[in-house]
Design a protein around this ligand. Structure first.
Ligand code: NAP
Length: 370
């Protein structure tokens, strides 16, 4: 199987390559690496026959692939995908970008949750398989058991999203902001009688000053947060918030005329690569908490239910604990004051793994094993 890989040196693409190496995927395919900016240079060595980078805009070269897997971004997809399809190419297109997600010809991929939808799409001859929004995918991974059992009436998701969701440069700027802030008060911190009120005043003043580095994030993220992610849809909702319901329903193949309501506020926080979400879940009926925990734990092999205690939540239910692991942790589970059908939950997952790269490489495996 000739697999064209585009966008492999970006944030998502780098994690994709790492995971493909870890799982031995390259031994099963003939990979061909493409680039929009470095054609002709040496490709990463994965035992392939084509050792130089091909031009990612060369439709003839792309059309020689059985599968194209791209993490290059929406602009690339918008430019290349229609032209490639118009040229008659009928290979499989696997994509991390959002451009094609809601099109009828596309299937949103998250196989531990919707393998049945993927299998039906393959049997029906569909050829475009698109990774979901990172926050939506992580929520679906955590809540897979309750979705499977049809127990959810609606979900309110309040998110705490990491800098990595805004790309590599935002991650680097977050650390730059941290260093900038520390540099301003380093001398005060070194003194034995450091005053928190004076340190705070200096930091606030730095965040308000023109020299504070905000080119990528648009505002201070270190020591603060940003309560808006992605475009303004003009009706009070951000595009990131809109995706929750739209993608969730499409992912599980639900009748669009009777959507499951998922809504909330999406917020960027100063975590590096783990998204967290505080969920309020309205169940269709009163289910005992122990049963909810056991259904959630049975959702898939990666979901980890964390006991709702201080001793377990603090060490096991944070971005610092989950980052870099394939686990999707869910905890703070309890019945809420609004009534026995209302359950709270807090979930944390690495958005570069299950939120981005992992569904793509697993889709490739599904094609290889067909
Ligand atoms: P990214 O890090 O900005 O990389 C995209 C491309 O930028 C690279 O493939 C590379 O293409 C080019 N590039 C230019 N200078 C570079 C440099 N110094 N280092 C690395 N790459 C450089 O994008 P991304 O965050 O991986 O996102 C890719 C797509 O996945 C987007 O559509 C995004 O919306 C989607 N997505 C992202 C996430 C996420 O968490 N970040 C999650 C889900 C989906 P060339 O080699 O061709 O120049």
């Amino acid at each position: 199987m000739k697999v064209g890989i585009v966008g492999w040196r970006g944030m998502v693409g780098s994690v994709l390559l790492q995971r493909m190496q870890q799982e031995g995927d390259f031994a099963l395919i003939d990979p061909v690496f493409f680039s929009t900016s470095q054609a002709g240079q040496t490709a990463p060595a994965m035992g392939q026959t084509t050792t130089t980078l091909l031009d990612a805009t060369d439709l003839t070269a792309l059309a020689a692939m059985d599968v194209v897997i791209t993490c290059q971004g929406g602009g690339y997809t918008n430019d290349i995908h229609p032209a490639l399809r118009d040229s008659g190419w009928d290979g499989y297109w696997i994509d991390a970008a959002s451009s094609l997600r809601m099109q009828d010809a596309s299937t949103i991929i998250l196989d531990p949750v919707n393998r049945d939808v993927i299998d039906r799409a393959l049997s029906g001859g569909k050829r475009d398989f698109i990774g979901g929004n990172c926050t939506v995918s992580l929520m679906m991974m955590a809540m897979a058991g309750l979705f499977r059992e049809g127990l959810i009436d609606w979900i309110s998701a309040m998110t705490y999203q990491a800098a990595s969701g805004a790309g590599a440069r935002a991650m680097l700027e977050l650390v730059e902001q941290m260093g900038h802030l520390h540099g301003i008060v380093a001398d005060s911190l070194a003194s034995a009688d450091a005053s928190a009120i004076e340190v705070d005043a200096a930091l606030t003043s730095a965040m308000h000053s023109a020299g504070f580095p905000v080119q990528e994030c648009g505002a201070p993220l270190a020591g603060s947060l940003i309560p808006w992610i992605d475009a303004d849809l003009g009706q009070g909702q951000s595009r990131e918030e809109w995706k929750a319901q739209a993608e969730c329903n499409k992912m599980i193949g639900r009748d669009p005329s009777q959507p499951l309501v998922v809504d909330g506020i999406c917020v960027r926080v100063g975590a590096m690569r783990c998204h967290s979400q505080a969920l309020t879940v309205k169940l269709v009926r009163d289910v005992p908490l122990a049963e909810i925990e056991s259904i959630l734990a049975s959702g898939n092999e990666w979901v980890k239910v964390v006991g709702n205690s201080r001793d377990e939540s603090i060490p096991f239910l944070s971005p610092a604990a989950v980052s870099g692991t394939p686990s999707v942790a869910i905890g703070r589970l309890r019945k809420m004051g609004m009534g026995p059908e209302y359950v709270s939950a807090f979930t944390v997952g690495d958005q570069l793994l299950w939120g981005a790269a992992e569904p793509l490489r697993r889709m490739l495996r599904i094609l290889i094993e067909r």
